[in-house]
Design a protein around this ligand. Structure first.
Ligand SMILES: Nc1ncnc2c1ncn2[C@@H]1O[C@H](COP(=O)(O)OP(=O)(O)OP(=O)(O)O)[C@@H](O)[C@H]1O
Ligand SMILES: [Mg+2]
Length: 357
């Protein structure tokens, strides 16, 4: 068997939990075909001690029956997020084995994007993904070249909301983003099996997120909207360190438990120097279709009060509307369905653009 034949077979070996193969990930450093057998040398930017064993198993499953003699799989872990930068032409050549490099000093990612805008919240389930998707569609409708990156590694939902569930193409080791509603987009949900990410630990989350920026052929864009996971953890830190964020939009519902968490998100972004573009209050009221009366189910005016306290604009108030939920579940964001919402989000677009001009 030749080296190329071995490489061809290695293209069938998926990285554990991901729908991509080791070769397209650039993890195969060398294949040696020797008289006594085959040596495969892998290099993986991870600290997870379980990885070498799992890769050994996966490679054996594909190769073992095909080669004569022994098979040896050597896996070198290059420790955590972003050491894969060593292969980057702009890399500063961080040495191996001298501790993890400082992500703050690594070259920034997504430099082809004019404005990267994070849509964040402290609390989960307040409507970040709904706001991020509709904002992206509204930006595209306003004529901006727009992308949408689902950074919620644990609970990706952009592929559902945007109605694009197909697998993206890979070209020259780069993933081509998908397109829907005029928006270039990609979610970890496009790359991995459902549920696979649930077991990921911190460094893997950061690595996956880095790959969504670095190994994806994001075109030149005016805006990239990033749908963040809830909270103030690894993903938020990775984004703040590796990308020049133009600003963050913080989504909250009007009640105190959500506002407390929104405050934490604001504080975190400020700490890392990311401007807060403002607050979007979601689920502000429910308008009874029979009587036309507004019911303030989660309380009234919480978003406005918090915006005042933080000295940031209240960018929008969105009612509870069954069509927002239905549109999200059907892959038809509400702004593409209803002119009233198109207007609300167009105002949001203008409020953001005024600040970033
Ligand atoms: N204004 C609204 N009216 C009705 N349903 C809404 C509204 N906003 C969001 N939803 C629905 O509520 C659910 C949660 O919203 P979404 O997924 O956008 O929240 P999230 O903050 O992104 O959640 P997570 O923290 O899990 O990422 C979704 O089913 C969504 O369609
Ligand atoms: Mg979400």
């Amino acid at each position: 068997m030749t080296r190329d034949e071995v490489l061809d077979l290695l293209k069938q070996v998926h990285y554990p939990g991901l729908n991509r193969d080791l070769v397209s990930f650039g993890m195969v450093k060398d294949v040696e075909v020797l008289p006594e057998g085959v040596d495969v040398h892998l290099e993986v930017a991870s600290k997870d001690p379980a990885i070498p064993g799992r890769l050994d198993e996966a490679v054996r499953a594909v190769l073992e029956s095909r080669i004569h003699g022994r098979l040896q799989v050597f896996t070198r872990l290059t420790g955590g997020h972003g050491e894969s930068e060593n292969h980057d032409h702009h890399g500063h050549g961080h040495g191996h084995g001298h501790g993890a490099p400082d992500p703050n000093t690594m070259p920034k990612l997504l430099e082809q994007v004019k404005h990267v805008v994070a849509v964040a919240s402290g609390k989960g389930g307040v409507g970040k993904s709904a706001v991020a998707s509709n904002l992206a569609v509204a930006l595209a409708a306003a004529g901006y070249r727009t992308g949408l990156l689902d950074a919620d590694i644990y609970g990706p939902s952009v592929q559902l909301i945007m109605g694009s569930m197909e697998r993206p193409f890979v070209q020259d080791n780069k993933i081509i983003p998908l397109e829907a509603h005029g928006v270039h987009m990609l979610s970890i949900g496009h790359l991995i099996e459902e549920d696979a990410a649930m077991i990921w630990r911190g460094p893997m989350v950061m690595q996956a997120l880095t790959q969504l920026m670095q190994d994806v052929l994001w075109p030149e864009l005016d805006f990239l909207v990033v749908d963040m996971p809830p909270g103030t953890g690894d993903a938020q830190l990775t984004m703040a360190q590796r990308v020049r964020l133009s600003g963050a939009v913080v989504v909250t519902t009007p009640q105190e438990v959500a506002l407390i968490d929104a405050r934490k998100a604001v504080t975190m972004f400020r700490k890392v120097g990311v401007p807060i573009l403002g607050i979007v209050e979601n689920m502000s009221w429910f308008q009874c279709p029979d009587t036309g009366k507004r019911h303030f189910i989660f309380g009234e005016g919480g978003g406005a009060r918090e915006a005042e306290r933080q000295q940031v604009p209240l960018l929008a108030e969105l009612p509870i509307d069954i069509r927002i939920r239905e549109g999200g579940d059907r892959g038809q964001p509400i702004v593409s369905q209803d002119p009233a919402y198109a207007e609300i989000f167009d105002n949001l677009v203008q409020a953001i653009c005024r600040q970033l001009a």
